[in-house]
Design a protein around this ligand. Structure first.
Ligand code: FAD
Length: 503
């Protein structure tokens, strides 16, 4: 069969892919967007697009027979996870040795499953991580552009102080304050106007009904509602779903050739397709893009890729933990799923940590304060191609996770000491496991900007090949990453469309 060709192909429809698709479409360039997940726009038998977190079904996870939620247990009981039938569900947990990585699957990538926290890092830390990027231009142009397009908004502080739905956050703030720590409001892409209507009973509940990691049926401005809707609106962008790009090579004329497996909802490959394009944009995320390029280099389909491809990967220092509050410090039976506050101790040169005050909506009072700590863990790992199995492996070690745990513990020991409280020991499966150090929500790096690519995401060794996603970020950005990923993609597209696509 002849390969289907398009001037531009974008692989993956998360933040990096969505920005690329929109800006290509607006420039009048016919673009094909290939996404391995499904389009989440059709209601299931329950009348909802996404299933709930409390009664997950096949829609919850990517080809699993049982869900694998981040909080494995409660009082050590396996109450949280449920048996499901295999299906291209919206949340995936990718297992490597010593580290598993949560990612979104579907049109919108991580935006479908994430907490919506839209945080811009400190300019000084951005400069530390991206010394060759003009920070004034980022903070003057690309961050504001990204925030506007993503629909970033903030909670009304007066409502925050008064609503039961954020009692859990106020309780955690008080505990941090008792230890002399600073807390700060964090913007979000969830529509807080909608959330207040949910609270008032005038809109169907989503963030106030426990929905988040398996998708939000209301209120969330995920990419399918923002960048991707605009991309389709240009009339130049076509999306193919349930198509996983397997390999990339280059033809004699310099065009790129892609092989993609089209699967059905049982996961069976129903067709293997060939595509060709002049411009190839990789937006498969830190895992997806890096795996494609490591495999291409090491199997010889793109042999001139830089040795830096695969390197510089980190977890953004992610560590999750819970504290037990005193009985009089209630968190409330009602918890909104969208985090709106963080403990900001990043300026503490001794032990920089930014800890998101995370929800644990169980519908009853449990006195637990849950946190996702982002630590300044300097450890990095590499992806390598294993020719025996054909798999791409990640060299992250347990000792590297222990660095994040030590940093998180230092901060939360302070909080416990000041409040005479203790950690929860029952949340992460095995006995006496206090810190969830074996998974991350924030995979970053693998094709680091300025190392595997030039300073704009052009892949070294090849023309008209670009990376636009989280693999550009060198392993850590100190806050939740998607605003930075989006802003960097905007910067790449602004440059590439001017310099590389002129006739
Ligand atoms: P992704 O968003 O991961 O998109 C990649 C897309 O490419 C996916 O749709 C994938 O299916 C597709 N793909 C991959 N490989 C292929 C292939 N070979 N062929 C075809 N398609 C492919 N960040 C924040 O900033 N704030 C938060 O509050 C927050 N909360 C989070 C909560 C959870 C539960 C999770 C999992 C993540 C959270 N994150 C958060 C992280 C954030 O979602 C990611 O950093 C972001 O989505 C990464 O964007 P990306 O463009 O790099 O890739």
């Amino acid at each position: 069969d002849a390969a289907e060709s398009a001037p531009a192909i974008v692989v993956g429809s998360g933040y990096g892919g969505a920005v690329a698709a929109l800006r290509l479409g607006q420039a009048g360039i016919r673009t094909l967007l290939l996404e391995m997940g499904r389009l989440w726009n059709t209601a299931g038998p329950d009348g909802k697009v996404f299933c709930s977190t409390t009664a997950p079904d096949q829609r919850s996870m990517w080809f699993r027979t049982r869900t694998e939620a981040p909080l494995a247990s409660f009082l050590w009981l396996d109450l949280v996870n449920k048996d499901i039938s295999p299906y291209p569900g919206v949340l995936d947990r990718v297992h490597y040795d010593n580290m598993s990585v949560y990612v979104g699957r579907g049109v919108g990538g991580g935006s479908l499953v994430n907490g919506g926290m839209a945080v811009t890092p400190l300019k000084s830390y951005f400069t530390e991580q991206f010394p060759t990027v003009d920070a004034d231009e980022m903070y003057g142009t690309y961050y504001p552009r990204a925030r506007a397009m993503l629909g970033v908004n903030t909670i009304d502080p007066a409502w925050f102080e008064s609503t039961d739905w954020y009692r859990f956050t106020r309780t955690s703030r008080k505990a941090a304050g008792n230890a002399g720590l600073k807390t700060t409001f964090v913007p979000n892409v969830y529509d807080f106007g909608h959330m207040r209507q949910e609270a008032a009973g005038t809109a169907p509940k989503s963030a106030l009904a426990g929905e988040v990691i398996y998708g939000n049926n209301q209120g969330k401005r995920s990419l399918d509602k923002t960048y991707l809707a605009a991309a389709l609106g240009t009339g130049n962008v076509t999306v193919h779903t349930l198509e996983k790009v397997r390999s990339v090579s280059r033809a004699g004329d310099g065009s790129y050739v892609l092989t993609a497996d089209r699967i059905d909802t049982t996961g069976a490959v129903v067709e293997t397709k060939e595509y060709s394009c002049t411009y190839l944009f990789l937006g498969g995320g830190s895992l997806g893009t890096t795996e494609l390029l490591v495999r291409a280099r090491d199997t010889g389909t793109l042999p001139d890729l830089d040795p830096a491809v695969g390197a510089g990967w980190g977890t953004n220092g992610n560590t999750m933990l819970g504290r037990a509050n005193h009985v009089w410090d209630t968190v409330g039976a009602d918890e909104a799923t969208m985090p709106v506050m963080g403990i900001d101790d990043w300026a503490n040169a001794d032990n920089p940590v930014f800890a998101e005050i995370a929800p644990l909506p169980m519908g009853f009072e449990h006195w637990i304060s849950l946190y996702l700590a982002i630590t300044k863990n300097p450890e990095r790992a590499s992806f390598t191609y294993d020719s025996a199995s054909g798999a791409v492996k990640l060299g992250w070690t347990a000792a590297q996770s222990a660095v994040s745990v030590r940093m998180a513990k230092k901060l939360f020991d302070r909080i416990n000491l000041a409040n005479a409280t203790i950690y929860r020991y029952d949340l992460f499966g095995s006995r006496s496991k206090v810190f969830a150090d074996d998974f991350t929500y924030h995979p970053l790096g693998g094709c680091v900007l300025g190392k595997a690519t030039d300073d704009y995401g052009r892949v070294k060794g090849y023309r008209r090949l670009y990376v636009t996603d989280g693999s550009l970020v060198p392993g850590n950005i100190g806050v939740n990453p998607f605003v930075t990923i989006t802003a960097l993609a905007e910067r790449t597209m602004a440059r590439v469309l001017v310099e590389d696509t002129a006739p």
